[in-house]
Design a binder for this molecule. Structure first.
Ligand SMILES: C[S@@+](CC[C@H](N)C(=O)[O-])C[C@H]1O[C@@H](n2cnc3c(N)ncnc32)[C@H](O)[C@@H]1O
Length: 281
């Protein structure tokens, strides 16, 4: 077993035994899904840095403990923040910590179950939960969060949803960006240098942020190279008439638009492209 797997097994065991042993002692009427184990401050700082938190962000910490993540987001990253915890004692600590840090105007704490919280206004969601709770939470993240919302989890991943980044400073942190929904058939139009007016049917298969597009015209098929989806940002390359056309755009609902870059270096040209979602596969 690798050192990392050993460490991960130890962390899981630690949290599991803490859950079994500590939860009844808390005396809460509501069940705890996860015991209280605070994130070290160094890791809190790294989680917020990893998500590139800034003054325009609204950070929600699910299971906020003593409120250290929301308080740090407000005090040192200028964000607004909200923490929810099932344990009223932790919420009292969170209020006291926000007051001590002078950020009561920018943070809010609520006592309640994280699975009941409306998280749709978050631009960043943080968590230090458990692997099975993360997996249970995943459909809610996809239902409620806008494309482009960043998600950071301390120590635990999210099942088959591969992270966009893994970051390790003392502990392991997982980072994802909620992807736009792009799966289906698109009609893509562009007026390409060296080709002329083109109308492709673009078929996109999607699993989380992984996409596999394929393009065709009435006469022939085209491989689509280097496809990437990052929140609402999409890019891919189609080689047509021996030229690489690099598409870079954004997806808003059923419209994808942006620019096509053709040619290299000083010879590069840019033309607009637009695609409309026409149906599912
Ligand atoms: C591992 S601690 C993490 C605390 C804090 N986020 C941090 O990183 O320091 C998990 C927290 O989740 C809370 N919790 C457990 N189940 C919950 C639930 N269903 N809804 C809301 N909070 C919950 C616990 O009371 C605990 O404070």
């Amino acid at each position: 077993m690798s050192a990392w797997l050993r460490r991960r097994a130890l962390v899981c065991a630690h949290l599991f035994f803490a859950l079994v042993l500590l939860s009844p002692a808390q005396g809460s009427a509501q069940p705890f899904d996860v015991p209280y184990v605070p994130t070290p401050q160094v890791v809190v700082d790294e989680m917020l840095r990893l998500a590139n938190v800034g003054p325009d962000d609204f950070v929600i910490d699910l299971g906020c403990g003593d409120g250290r993540i929301p308080v740090t987001a407000a005090a040192y990253f200028g964000a607004r923040a909200l923490g929810i915890d099932i344990d009223p004692g932790r919420i009292a600590e969170s209020h006291a910590n926000a007051k001590a840090a002078g950020v009561t105007g920018r943070v809010e704490f609520r006592q309640g179950n994280l699975f009941d919280l409306d998280i749709s206004k978050a631009s960043v969601v943080t968590m230090y939960l458990l692997p099975d709770i993360n997996e249970k939470l995943r459909p809610r993240l996809f239902q409620m969060l806008r494309p482009g919302t960043r998600v950071v989890s301390h120590d635990f991943s999210m099942g088959e949803w591969q992270p966009d980044r893994v970051h390790s400073v003392q502990k392991r942190m997982y980072y994802w960006v909620i992807p736009a929904q792009v799966g289906g058939r698109w009609k893509l139009d562009a007026d390409l240098p060296g080709v002329g007016a083109r109308s492709y049917e673009l078929e996109v298969r999607q699993k989380f942020q992984q996409i596999e597009p394929f393009a065709r015209t009435e006469k022939r098929n085209f491989a689509v190279w280097e496809p990437r989806l990052n929140g609402k940002s999409i890019s891919f390359i189609i080689v047509d008439n021996d030229l690489a056309h690099r598409y870079e755009g954004t997806v808003e609902g059923k419209i994808m638009q942006g620019v096509v870059r053709t040619g290299a270096g000083t010879a590069e040209t840019q033309t607009p492209f637009r695609a409309v979602w026409v149906g599912s596969l």
